[in-house]
Design a protein around this ligand. Structure first.
Ligand code: GTP
Ligand code: MG
Length: 270
């Protein structure tokens, strides 16, 4: 019997799109990777920029069709036909602009709406780029907050700077490699990449603690609560967030904040 000869594998063709508010750096991230350069002057993308690049992932050659979208609301109607048949999404925000981070949910919503009721966002690789990390002075969204948002949705997360190049190659390599894994898995996101190492309750609790207005609010007790109530609430949170048990980004800071809140409250309760 003749041994089966290994066919050379055809180049894989994939489609990726960029999403995020205007001016967060989508085009610059792509330019940094494809052309190894950075343009400080802002040239807003008009509608869509389209480009093709070839990349190598492990032993595979991949042809990437990149659709770089304009973030300005004005171009909504131009963008909306480009969401379908996408294998990968680069979601970008500016770490110095909180509203660009808060807008990520509405970008996902826009895509979901355009894909319609039969569209499936589960089998798309998303990478979140926390961009402009070179501007350390104005940072308003810290790493754990961004990472928590991304990882609780099963998305990749990278800190990037199109200006210095930090994180860019690593981000694209991991992103393309995850897309190849998805294609090799019949277009479904592999189970391993879906697993999140923390619970929704943990993620929600960390977010709630971050945005709490005082120590009472942080522990989730009414102002004027008794020592017993404070201790009970504290113990519940401590079990949920203890850094030995909780893998969620930001759990250590949240745990410390809870410890401090309890100490502060107990000092003033007889
Ligand atoms: P739209 O096409 O309008 O949606 O914007 P965009 O997201 O494509 O933004 P673009 O890449 O054009 O960058 C916007 C501005 O931010 C430009 O002035 C860039 O030079 C600047 N910029 C992009 N990335 C970085 C970065 O990592 N660091 C710094 N300091 N500036 C950056
Ligand atoms: Mg652009």
């Amino acid at each position: 019997m003749e041994a089966k000869r290994k066919e050379p594998r055809k180049a894989l063709r994939i489609k990726v799109i960029s999403m995020g508010n205007a001016e967060v750096g989508k085009s610059c991230i792509i330019k940094r990777y494809c052309e190894k350069r950075f343009v400080p002057k802002y040239l807003a993308t008009i509608g869509i920029d389209y480009g093709v690049t070839k990349v190598q992932v492990r032993d595979r050659e991949i042809k990437v069709n990149i659709f770089d979208m304009a973030g300005h609301p004005f171009f909504y109607e131009v963008r909306n036909e480009f969401y379908k048949d996408t294998q990968g999404v680069i979601l970008v925000y500016d770490v110095g602009l909180k509203e660009s981070f808060d807008a990520l949910d509405s970008w996902l919503a826009e895509m979901k709406q355009e894909l319609g009721p039969h569209g499936n966002m589960e089998n798309i690789v998303f990478v979140v780029c926390a961009n402009k990390v070179d501007c350390t002075k104005h940072r308003s969204v810290d790493e754990s907050e961004g990472r928590l948002w991304a990882e609780s949705r099963g998305f990749l997360y990278f800190e990037t700077s199109a200006q210095t190049g930090e994180g860019i190659n690593e981000m694209f390599q991991t992103f393309y490699s995850a897309i190849v894994d998805l294609c090799d898995n019949g277009g479904k996101r592999p189970m391993a990449s879906m697993s999140v190492s923390f619970t929704k309750e943990q993620a929600d609790t960390i977010r709630r603690i971050r945005s709490s207005k005082d120590s009472w609010d942080m522990l989730g007790v009414k102002p004027g609560a008794t020592r017993d109530e404070v201790n009970k609430a504290y113990r519940k949170l401590a079990v949920l967030l203890h850094p030995d048990k909780c893998m969620a980004p930001g759990s250590e800071d949240a745990f410390k904040a809870v410890v401090n809140a309890r100490t502060a409250l107990l000092k003033n309760i007889k």
